[in-house]
Design a protein around this ligand. Structure first.
Ligand SMILES: Nc1ncnc2c1ncn2[C@@H]1O[C@H](COP(=O)(O)OP(=O)(O)OP(=O)(O)O)[C@@H](O)[C@H]1O
Ligand SMILES: O=P(O)(O)OC[C@H]1O[C@](O)(CO)[C@@H](O)[C@@H]1O
Length: 318
């Protein structure tokens, strides 16, 4: 059997370990692994090549994706999806594994409906915002990168007695900011999922500053659109010298953590075990178990951060 794999949407650490696992496990099964380079764009342009052990040697520790990723305007048009299908047929590729976010799964579901190409989607995004899975590959590495950066910022914040507002990525989802706030001991956490009570915040932090607090760390999710507002609050309401740090794309890079490397293998193994005829599902990880969820269910629901984490985060919003 010939199986293709591609990476799509925002890259995340864990993609390379997953590609390595894919090639090794596919060959072990006596199947033929193919790389589709450059995501959906490469599928349209026929950038498809048989993969070998050599291709995946020495990539386990690398962030990003050695086969490149893309977002594709053309894939929204039937004409280009047909071209993509013809490319797969040319190589006799029967099934696909896609490493990406729910946008990429949606794209492949449309493709499945039109051409019957079976596929398994593995959730890979630093945003950890996909319905049906507690964990998306790459989020652990991103959280560790953010942790390191927040520790560094704390060093300078405490040295100067300043307030820092640190903006994380995550699109509309506050997961990265929330978990980072909790695990870095931030004083303020602002995410789209929680309301902020600036009056209570002022009361609490004024008291803390009066009794010796030397600096303030606020972590703000990009999706809340409140970075400037929080900075203005710290400056005007608390009278603190304030700086904003937007972490940006540094959060997407870095070598994958042990956890992401291990999970990459587990996701791929489960996907290959279940890559049967007519599969058009995502491999989810819930309650410590892997399972399959139809893409229709994935894309018709919104991911919700679990209540326990939200409860911990709420203490930093007031
Ligand atoms: N309904 C659709 N029909 C055809 N193609 C689609 C559709 N939805 C998404 N796509 C394709 O999937 C690509 C990837 O989607 P998107 O940019 O949302 O990234 P993602 O996979 O969700 O990853 P991330 O959000 O982490 O960057 C889009 O650029 C587009 O080419
Ligand atoms: O790389 P781009 O196109 O600037 O996209 C950035 C977006 O991608 C992500 O890094 C991953 O979805 C988001 O957190 C962020 O909003």
């Amino acid at each position: 059997m010939r199986i293709g794999i591609f990476t799509s949407g925002g890259d995340a650490a864990g993609m390379n370990p997953a590609l390595k696992a894919f090639v090794e496990l596919t060959l072990e099964k006596g199947w033929e692994p193919f790389f589709v380079y450059n995501g959906l764009e490469g599928l349209i342009d026929g950038k498809i090549r048989k993969a070998s052990y050599q291709d995946v040697a020495g990539i386990l520790h690398k962030g990003g994706t050695i086969i490149k990723s893309s977002r594709s305007k053309r894939f929204y048009d039937y004409e280009y999806r047909k071209r993509a299908y013809d490319n797969l047929k040319k190589h006799d590729i029967e099934k696909i594994i896609v490493l990406g976010g729910d946008g990429s799964f949606r794209a492949m579901d449309v493709f499945f409906e039109e051409f019957g190409v079976s596929f398994a989607g593995i959730p890979v995004t630093i945003d950890n915002d996909i319905y049906g899975t507690d964990y998306c590959l790459g989020v652990d590495t991103a959280l560790n990168v953010i942790r390191m950066l927040l520790d560094n910022i704390r060093d300078t914040a405490s040295s100067f007695g300043r307030a820092f507002v640190v903006e994380t990525m995550g699109r509309e989802c506050g997961y990265l900011a929330l978990v980072s706030s909790i695990t870095s001991g931030a004083e303020i956490c602002v995410i789209p999922e929680l309301d902020v009570d600036f009056v209570s915040l002022k009361r609490r932090l004024s008291k803390e500053l009066a009794s010796g607090r030397g600096y303030v760390l606020a972590v703000v999710a990009e999706g809340s659109n409140k970075t400037q507002q929080v900075a203005d609050f710290l400056k005007n309401d608390l009278g603190m010298e304030t700086r904003i740090t937007t972490l940006g794309h540094v959060q997407r890079g870095g070598n994958p953590t042990v956890f992401d490397r291990l999970m990459a293998y587990k996701f791929i193994e489960f996907a290959l075990e279940n890559l049967r005829e007519n599969i058009h599902h995502m491999v989810g990880f819930k309650d410590e178990k892997f399972y399959l969820l139809p893409i229709k269910d994935v894309v018709s629901h919104k991911y919700k951060i679990n209540d326990f984490l939200l409860k911990l985060g709420r203490r930093m919003t007031r």
